[in-house]
Structures are given as structure tokens and as C-alpha cells.
Design a binder for this molecule. Structure first.
Ligand SMILES: [Cu+2]
Length: 117
């Protein structure tokens, strides 16, 4: 009786461990393929300033409970309204400083600094 319970608990622990490994592995792989990520949470872009080389694709992910947008000061990029967990990507092909803001909450600002090759 005791041994049966112990074996069952061990099998359960092993299967939970395997599931946790799979769950942790997949987001890490897709994040690496997609380039740097700016998280939107609690009305803040993080990091607020991001420096990348020309040709980088930056992805913004809305991790907040409410919708936000990502709009360049010079309108060179503009997302749709991003609901929770939605993302927006833009590839920077020219060096420069790109300030951006959330059109729904204009006090939310950030910038991407793009360095030549
Ligand atoms: Cu917003």
C-alpha cells in the first residue's frame, strides 16, 4: 500500500516536471527568433529606451490588463490597438532615434535608438 502510493507520487512529480520544462522552453525560443521585446505593463514601456543595430525587429507585447498602442512620434510606425497579450513588431532599417508613445495614454512614452551597422 505504502509503496504503491509512493510510486504514484513519484510518477506524478516526474510528469509535472516534464510539463514545466516544455512550457518554459517554447517562449524562450520564439523570443530569441523575434528579436528584442518591449513589454507594456502598468502604463509603462519597458525598457523605456532600447538601443539596437540597424535591421533589428523590435516586438512590443501588451502585458497590461487594458489596451495600448505603439505610435512613432514621426508616424514611421503605428500599431493597431493592442489588447492584452497582443503584440506589434517593426523592423528598423535606418539609424536614428525613434520616440514613440501610446495614442490612448499620451503620457506613456519610450524610444528606440537605432545604431548604424
Ligand atoms: Cu496606453
Amino acid at each position: 500500500m505504502f509503496n504503491t502510493l509512493k510510486a504514484g507520487a513519484l510518477a506524478l512529480a516526474l510528469s509535472l516536471g516534464a510539463a514545466a520544462c516544455v512550457a518554459m522552453a517554447s517562449p524562450a525560443v520564439s523570443a530569441a527568433a523575434a528579436g528584442p521585446t518591449v513589454r507594456i505593463d502598468n502604463f509603462v514601456f519597458g525598457p523605456g529606451a532600447l538601443t539596437v543595430p540597424v535591421g533589428t525587429t523590435v516586438t512590443w507585447v501588451n502585458q497590461d490588463d487594458i489596451p495600448h498602442t505603439v505610435v512613432a512620434d514621426d508616424k514611421s510606425f503605428k500599431s493597431k490597438v493592442l489588447d492584452s497579450d497582443e503584440r506589434f513588431s517593426f523592423t528598423f532599417t535606418k539609424a536614428g532615434e525613434y520616440g514613440y508613445f501610446c495614442s490612448l495614454h499620451p503620457h506613456m512614452v519610450g524610444k528606440v535608438i537605432v545604431k548604424a551597422g
